[in-house]
Design a protein around this ligand. Structure first.
Ligand code: DGL
Length: 258
């Protein structure tokens, strides 16, 4: 069976892979973290495009049946270029603004969190123009969370003051939903829950992305044992770098086994 590739600038895409492993337990996965060049969100679009295509070329040599760009930032910079370049399906991600608008509730606002590049890009502004018919969507970059996630820095002492500071200008009681529009942010969900008023829904695009992937795969899924091969910026590596993150995701979803 051909493998399924997952790409992210770093460890954020593990949150999407984690969903995929639940739904596709017997597939062969490749996970590529471009950690030498993370964070992407502070880079110019052209640089992110070149980095993405270099990484996808590497995965393409392994003859994948599909690749998930589990990175909102890289998707916003270059997903069309990637789709033109390869014959296999390339699944991208974008902030879940539409579901958030639907979930926010009457008269309530939506706040989208993502990287600086994602929020600057045309793709995001077109998306908002399409779905924000009541002018209820605001957005806020939280770029520093990416570097902290890469360093496995999740302590409340660091993260909560940062979030409080970034959100100080918002009257959070006006909001019905927030969007985690960067795959690294999923690792901070419990911190967001501590900061946001109860009842504010926290949405992400991970499950939707895995559903998109499944719709693109052939019907006959693999019966083989699950295999995940790991890569950092073009080098094959062991799973050690990634396991603590998968364990954190397991704990958050109440599972004990990876
Ligand atoms: N995980 C990423 C995203 O979904 C990119 C973060 C970064 O490298 O700045 O946008």
């Amino acid at each position: 069976m051909h493998p399924i590739g997952f790409f992210d600038s770093g460890i954020g895409g593990l949150s999407v892979l984690h969903e995929a492993l639940k739904k596709l337990p017997n597939e062969h996965f490749l996970y590529y973290a471009d950690s030498d060049y993370a964070p992407y969100g502070v880079r110019p679009k052209s640089e992110v495009r070149d980095l993405l295509l270099q990484a996808l070329d590497f995965l393409a040599e392994r003859d994948p049946q599909a690749i998930v760009v589990a990175c909102n930032t890289a998707t916003s910079a270059a997903i069309e270029d990637a789709r033109r370049r390869y014959a296999f399906p390339v699944i991208g991600m974008e902030p879940a603004v539409k579901p958030a608008v639907a979930a926010a509730g009457p008269g309530k606002r939506v706040l989208v969190f993502a990287t600086e590049l994602t929020l600057r890009e045309e793709k995001f502004h077109h998306l908002v123009a399409r779905v924000d018919t009541e002018q209820q969507v605001d957005y806020q970059p939280l770029q520093e969370l990416v570097a902290w996630a890469e360093r496995f820095e999740f302590s409340d002492d660091v993260i909560l003051p940062y979030l409080r500071h970034k959100l100080a200008a918002y009257d959070l009681s006006q909001y019905g939903a927030v969007v985690l529009g960067c795959t690294h942010f999923i690792f901070f969900k419990s911190a967001f829950e501590k900061i946001l008023p109860s009842g504010v829904k926290i949405l992400d695009g991970n499950l939707g992305t895995v559903n998109n992937l499944m719709a693109k795969l052939p019907r006959a899924l693999s019966a083989g044992p699950r295999v995940v091969e790991w890569f950092i910026s073009g080098r094959a590596v062991g799973e050690e770098r990634f396991l603590p993150y998968l364990e954190r995701l397991n704990e958050a979803s109440g599972e004990t086994q990876s």
